[in-house]
Each structure stands twice: as structure tokens, then as C-alpha cells.
Design a protein around this ligand. Sequence first.
Ligand code: HEM
Length: 231
Amino acid sequence: MAEPNKPRYAQPGDKVLPGKPVTVNRYGPGARLNHWITASSLILLALSGLALFTPALFFLTGLFGGGQNTRALHPWFGVVLFISFFVFFFQLWKANLPERVDWVWLRKLRDVVGGHEENLPELGKYNAGQKIVFWAMAGLILVLIGSGVVIWEQYFSAYFTIPQMRVAVLVHSIAAVLIICVFIMHVYAAIWTRGTLRAMTRGTVTGGWAWRHHRKWLRELAGQRKAGPAE
Ligand code: HEM
């Protein structure tokens, strides 16, 4: 049975801040730093990976000091991404667990795109789109690091055969293309939903934003305020 006072959506540090306008803490400084390290490492990883992917994009190696450096640096960007994403992952995974309401939200995608939020169900901290991006990124990063190790000749060439490495190159490239698509969707959604970017820059959103997009999360935080602050 669910514990009565246990927060379902609120995470440590999430808090309503009274004022004009009311703002709501969504990410603390640690989580934001973690997010931007993740974002920077994925951008560097994608640029260096694309440079090695096709001769048409080889010019991108100029950003990393030439072909040799790009080849040496690319796997290390991957290691940074892997570590930093999973530190972030363990802070957020519970709030990204699927719920029945996510199916309702997905079925009403027309209203999401058309801006008819009044027809959508009330949501916790994340919507189904954000959850799909979250789990897709987690899965693809695992596939990328796994296949990346198989083709990281400098350290691991003794452990894998050439046919295994060929399969790994293919898997690695497909996962890379997919994560770049997911990344573009994520950034597009963050810019398209007005008032979202400040969650990752300042750490806060407005009360209006929370009411409009994540009302169950806001209600829970407001309830905690009435019951006394959970610092
Ligand atoms: C320039 C690139 C990026 C921008 C502008 C951006 C922007 C944002 C914003 C505004 C949020 C807060 C959304 C909210 O709380 O409602 C967010 C959350 C998040 N971002 Fe990014 N992001 C970028 C890159 C990345 C990358 C590369 C990854 C992972 C590989 C990533 C993973 C996440 C995750 C996991 C969340 C939490 C949302 C969830 O758990 O569903 N972001 N991002």
C-alpha cells in the first residue's frame, strides 16, 4: 500500500517559492551542472563522431586539432557522457516511471501540439514525451558505450574479434544517429514549450508554467508547504 505522506512526484529540493510571480524550484545547482556537463559531452561526442563517420564531415576534425586527436578524444567524451548521464539518471528515474496517465497524454497528442492543454490530464513532474526521451537516452547511451568499448582498439582490441568489431561499428553508428534525433527532439521541445529553458538555467519555473504543464507536481508541492516545509 502507498505510504500516505510520501511524495510521489516531488524530488528533494523541489519547492514553491512565494512572491510575484510565484516560482517553483525544479532543479538545484548540482543537477543543472550535471545536466550541462551531459549536454556538452553529447555535443562534443556527436561532432567528433560525425567527423569520423563520413569523409564529407571530416572537416569537423579541425575542431579537435586534427584526425588523430579526434580519434583519441572521441571515446573519452563518451566516457564523460556515460558517467555524467547516469549520475543524472539516478536522481530522476523514479519521476520518469511510466503511469497510466501517460497513455492518455499520448493519445491526446493532437491537443498537445495544438496547445489545447485544457483537454489534457493533470501530470506529475514529467509528461510522456519527456519520459520517452529520458529512457531512449538511457538505452542509447548504454548501447553506445557497450559497442564503443568493442571498437576502442587502443585498450580493448585483444578482447574482440574482427567480425564482432564489424557488428559493433554498425550498432554504434545506428545508435549514434538515433541519439542525435532524440537530442534534436529534446532541445526542440525545451525551446518550443515556453518557460521551460529557465528550469535548466535558473533552476526555477513560474507557478503558471507548473500549473499549466505539471499540475499534479505543483499540487503536491503546495500540499507540502501547507503541511510544513520538507527541507
Ligand atoms: C543544448 C542542449 C540541451 C538543452 C537546451 C536542454 C534543455 C533541457 C531543459 C530546459 C530541461 C528541463 C525540462 C523540464 O524539467 O521540464 C532538460 C531536462 C533534461 N535533459 Fe536536457 N537539454 C539539452 C541537452 C541534453 C542532453 C544531451 C541530454 C542527455 C543526453 C539531456 C538530458 C535531459 C534529461 C534526462 C532531462 C530531465 C527530463 C526528464 O527526466 O525527462 N539534455 N533539458
